[in-house]
Design a protein around this ligand. Structure first.
Ligand code: ARG
Length: 568
């Protein structure tokens, strides 16, 4: 599809003798008709060109000749506004849709580039948090979006499967194993054991000492400890997989922290060689004061063990060598901002090519706030992710029963709607914002929700099915499109750009908000225009629009990780 933004940036850069890409990055897609379709703000050029933004805009307007796709150009208070010829834009959309169909929006800008996404990464046998659900949902969406643009993507579950908590768990197991049925219900039972042993450790330092010793044995690969650890890990993974199946998530690698435990020495060696290590009360640390970070990064504790950060550093070395990545993205809550700042800074001292250290990206997300009383939280913070998703499905089913009791395939629909509602809720605002988890809001079919988009999609689908519609671009008469129709086509056109923006900012909510706009606009279109009319030309044109909208909704929600029901 002709990229108007690109074409415009070429026209401007030619006049200014500047890089296309730079100009391209300035050009904005306008929201409001009165400012044209694309707008180029001249403010940031004022310094370089030693002219006022108004003057730059005026001069450019005079110099740039209207081309076969530009209707007119206006210079307004330092902005250069471009109006695209409607017929050209509409034709462009219809032609490429006809060619690409359900591939619409995909591209290959990521060809030959490898992106690692470290997401979900729950801790085995520690109380886990609904925050891990967020990481899973955001991570899998980014995974799909990057894939859509042709990147080679590797999804990594950096399991929290190492650390003193396992020493504690082994102790708990020794003490109470016949009281808990960990085979039946591993996460719940292990969590309970973990909480109980922690309480005991606080009362009794001797127990804590035994726990520490267990972990030491584990590090020395003691058989009894290793076997238990393996069992805890396998049982937990089986449980996690149930959640992942419900969400449709999978990973290319499950290499967690334990995998790096014997690779942390190299980190220390390189840092020592580079004179970066100082001693602090027996621990080995890297001081980051000069790099603007006041807290030093611990590399080795006084008892000789590595910490979370050390294993992350070892993972960076390993990932650079194994995958030769262009980007390594960490989808982790903002509480770990300092951790990643430290790790990324220390990574610069590991003799890695700048390509790798520049490619390290922390994508932080906000906390989940529960609307109290709404969710079954059995023991304070203990919420099983699987239970949340199951509850979503149950609630969706109840709504469907009520709205449409005779519909076929209720369970399948309820699953897609319930899970879709949770996913969409997670991604509907900037991910850095705290999220409110409220069943009534996320399952409201009329709100800005997943079910609302699914509902609009199902509408398009039933219209098309009734007419046995097959797209034929030659039957479309664009002069028959009214205002909402034209606006919709413009929206469909911008889908490509939206997907790219989502990648540039690592922000899936750019897509979710876009989908809401499209769904709402289609709803207005649908209310104002009968679609199945006598006049074949009008009918075909409106059906074609309906077809394109349906596809965009489906592709877009797919990028968020949702599935579409066929009816609901
Ligand atoms: N297991 C960690 C936690 O739950 C998250 C790990 C994120 N990934 C990483 N490479 N540090 O807090």
């Amino acid at each position: 599809m002709l990229d108007f933004k690109k074409e415009i940036s070429k026209l401007i850069s030619k006049e200014l003798n500047m890089e296309d890409d730079l100009i391209y990055s300035f050009i904005q897609l306008t929201k409001d008709e009165t400012n044209g379709d694309y707008s180029f703000p001249c403010f940031s050029l004022a310094k370089t060109l030693r002219k006022s933004p108004m003057m730059i805009a005026d001069e450019l307007k005079e110099k740039i000749n209207n081309t076969d796709f530009i209707e007119k150009i206006e210079s307004v208070s330092g902005y250069l506004n471009f109006y695209i010829k409607k017929e050209v834009l509409i034709r462009e959309v219809i032609n490429s849709f006809d060619e690409e169909k359900e591939k619409f929006g995909s591209a290959n800008i990521g060809q030959d580039k490898t992106v690692l996404i470290d997401y979900s990464s729950p801790n085995i046998a520690k109380p886990f948090h609904i925050g891990h659900l967020r990481s899973t949902v955001i991570g899998q969406s980014l995974y799909r979006i990057y894939k859509e643009l042709g990147y080679n993507v590797v999804g990594i579950n950096h399991l929290g499967d190492y650390g003193t908590q396992f020493g504690k768990l082994i102790e708990a197991y020794k003490l109470w194993h016949d009281e808990y049925n960990i085979d039946e219900n591993p996460i719940d039972e292990l969590t309970k054991m973990y909480i109980r042993i922690n309480e005991l450790c606080e009362e009794n330092p001797e127990v804590l000492e035994r726990c520490r010793n267990n972990f030491k044995l584990l590090e020395e690969k003691d058989e009894y400890c290793m076997n238990l650890w393996n069992r805890f890990k396998e049982l937990s993974l089986e449980e996690f997989k149930k959640t992942y199946d419900l969400l449709g998530t999978s990973f290319d690698s499950y290499k967690g922290e334990a995998f790096y435990s014997d690779k942390t020495n190299e980190v220390l060696e390189i840092l020592e060689k580079n004179n970066k290590i100082t001693n602090s009360e027996g621990a080995k640390v890297v001081d980051l004061e000069q790099d603007g970070i006041n807290t030093p990064c611990i590399i080795q504790k006084s008892n000789g063990s590595s910490i979370y950060a050390t294993r992350d550093l070892a993972a960076i070395l390993y990932r650079a060598r194994t995958y030769d990545f262009d980007k390594c993205i960490y989808v982790v809550a903002y509480e770990q901002n300092l951790h990643f700042k430290q790790v990324f800074e220390v990574a610069k001292f590991l003799d890695l090519d700048e390509k790798y250290t520049n490619g390290l990206i922390h994508v932080p997300y906000g906390m989940v706030r529960l609307k109290t009383g709404k969710m079954s939280t059995r023991e304070g913070t203990l919420i099983k992710l699987e239970d949340i998703l199951k509850e979503a499905v149950t609630r969706a089913k109840a709504i469907i029963e009520e709205k449409n009791p005779n519909i076929e395939g209720k369970d399948d629909i309820a699953k897609k709607v319930g899970i879709g509602a949770v996913i969409f809720n997670d991604l509907s605002n900037n991910i850095i914002k705290d999220e409110v988890f409220d069943w009534d809001i996320m399952l409201n079919f009329q709100g800005e929700t997943g079910p609302y988009i699914q509902y609009m999609y199902v509408r398009t689908k039933s219209i098309l099915e009734k007419e046995n519609y097959v797209m034929n671009k030659d039957l479309v008469d664009i002069s028959e499109l009214e205002e909402h129709g034209i606006e919709l086509i413009k929206q469909i056109y911008s889908f490509n750009d939206i997907v790219k923006q989502a990648v540039d900012k690592n922000e899936p909510s750019i897509i979710s908000r876009y989908l809401i706009d499209v769904a709402k606009l289609y709803s207005s279109f649908y209310n104002d225009n009968k679609i199945i009319v006598e006049d074949e030309k009008i009918k075909n044109t409106r059906l074609c629009l309906t077809y394109m909208v349906g596809n965009v909704l489906k592709i877009g929600t797919g990028l968020l990780g949702m599935e579409m029901p066929d009816r609901m």
